[in-house]
Design a protein around this ligand. Structure first.
Ligand SMILES: [Zn+2]
Length: 77
């Protein structure tokens, strides 16, 4: 996963646990989704762009501006 620490946490939906959210590395610009309570901390080459972009679009209003602008490994623009 990410070589940097700490990661910023953005919570989109929370019940007893964080259900949906995002971890963002300010150092390298990488973002990692939290989907169905599970943080997806995968290296770039194991990430699936298409479903992650669908997810990103779904939460677009909540995603930090810098992630939308220049997030890695991919983003909406
Ligand atoms: Zn990083």
């Amino acid at each position: 996963m990410d070589k940097h620490y700490p990661l910023d946490l953005h919570v989109f939906e929370e019940k007893e646990e964080i259900v949906e959210g995002m971890l963002v590395c300010q150092e390298c610009g990488r973002w990692y989704p939290i989907m169905d309570e599970i943080p997806q901390l995968l290296p770039d080459d194991l990430r699936e762009q298409k479903p992650e972009l669908v997810w990103l679009e779904k939460w677009r209003e909540r995603v930090p501006e810098n992630v939308l602008r220049e997030g890695k490994p991919f983003t909406l623009r």
